[in-house]
Design a protein around this ligand. Structure first.
Ligand SMILES: Nc1ncnc2c1ncn2[C@@H]1O[C@H](COP(=O)(O)OP(=O)(O)OP(=O)(O)O)[C@@H](O)[C@H]1O
Ligand SMILES: [Mg+2]
Length: 237
C-alpha cells in the first residue's frame, strides 16, 4: 500500500470530527472519497496532510509513518495536496505559479521522471499560451488546473485533490476529469474528494463513502454502481 490510514480520530475542540477513519490507496490507484456535506472528507485529507493533528490513529505513507508530521515534511515525503479553496498566487504569472510548486525552487533535471514545465504544458495546453498572464486573470477552472499543475511540479507520488470540480462548468468538469486520468496514467496515485458522483466514478476504481465523521461504505466503483441503496443512503440523489 502506498497510503495506509488506520483508525484516525481528529477533533475540532470538543467536536469529534473524524471517528476511527481508515482508508488505503495502492500504488497507481485512483480512489474516491465521497459523502454529503460536512461528513468529514476535507477533515480526512487535512488529517493525512498534517494540517490537523489526529488525536490517535496512524498514517503510513510509502512504508513510513507520517502521522501528524508538519505539512511540509509530508509534502516532502511525496503527498501533493490540492485544497478545496484554490490557492493560486493571483499577482504572479502562470509560470511563476508553477515554479512555486518546485521543491527547493530548482527543477530536478537529473531525474527523468521529474515534472518539468514542458510536461505540464503537455497536460495543460492552455497554460503554454498564457505563461505570462497573472493567475487572477484565469477562469475558475483554469485556476483549478494551475493549482493541480503547481502541485505536480513538486513530484508527488500521491495527489490528494479536494473537490476540484466545485463550481465549474460541465466542459471544465470534463477537462479536469481528463487531466486526472492522464495524471493517473503517468503513474501517480490519486485520492479524490468529489461531490460529482459521475465524475468520481469515471476516474476512480474504488470508493470510500463517509457517513457523519466515519466510514460508511467501501467498495469498487462497479459495486457502487450496482447498489442504489448505498448511493441513496450516503450520497445526494
Ligand atoms: N475549523 C473547524 N472548526 C470546527 N468545526 C469544523 C471545522 N472545519 C470543519 N468543521 C466541521 O467538521 C465537520 C466535517 O467537516 P469537513 O469540512 O471535513 O466536511 P466535508 O465532508 O469536507 O464537507 P463538504 O462536502 O461540505 O466540503 C463538519 O461538521 C464541519 O462543520
Ligand atoms: Mg470539504
Amino acid at each position: 500500500m502506498l497510503l495506509e490510514v488506520t483508525n484516525l480520530n481528529t477533533y475540532y475542540g470538543q467536536s469529534h470530527a473524524l471517528q476511527n477513519m481508515s482508508l488505503q490507496v495502492a500504488k497507481g490507484e485512483v480512489v474516491a472519497l465521497l459523502g454529503r456535506n460536512g461528513m468529514g472528507k476535507s477533515t480526512t485529507l487535512k488529517s493525512i496532510m498534517g494540517l490537523l493533528k489526529p488525536r490517535s490513529g496512524k498514517v503510513v505513507f510509502d512504508g513510513r509513518e507520517i502521522t501528524g508530521q508538519a505539512p511540509y515534511k509530508i509534502a516532502q515525503a511525496g503527498i501533493g495536496y490540492v485544497p478545496e479553496e484554490r490557492r493560486i498566487f493571483p499577482t504572479l504569472s502562470v509560470m511563476d505559479n508553477l515554479m512555486m510548486g518546485v521543491k527547493g525552487g530548482k527543477i530536478d533535471r537529473a531525474n527523468p521522471d521529474a515534472w518539468t514545465i514542458e510536461k505540464i504544458f503537455d497536460h495543460f495546453p492552455f497554460m503554454k499560451e498564457r505563461t505570462h498572464q497573472r493567475g487572477a486573470h484565469l477562469s475558475g477552472g483554469e485556476q483549478q488546473m494551475l493549482t493541480i499543475g503547481r502541485t505536480l511540479m513538486g513530484n508527488p507520488k500521491l495527489l490528494m485533490v479536494d473537490e476540484p470540480t466545485e463550481g465549474l462548468s460541465p466542459i471544465m468538469v470534463k477537462e479536469v476529469r481528463d487531466v486526472l486520468r492522464k495524471i493517473s496514467q503517468s503513474g501517480i496515485s490519486i485520492l479524490l474528494v468529489e461531490h460529482n458522483l459521475k465524475m468520481a466514478m469515471s476516474v476512480a476504481t474504488r470508493v470510500y463513502l463517509m457517513a457523519k465523521a466515519h466510514l460508511g461504505y467501501t467498495g469498487t466503483v462497479a459495486e457502487l454502481a450496482a447498489n442504489a441503496e448505498v448511493r441513496a443512503k450516503y450520497l445526494e440523489v
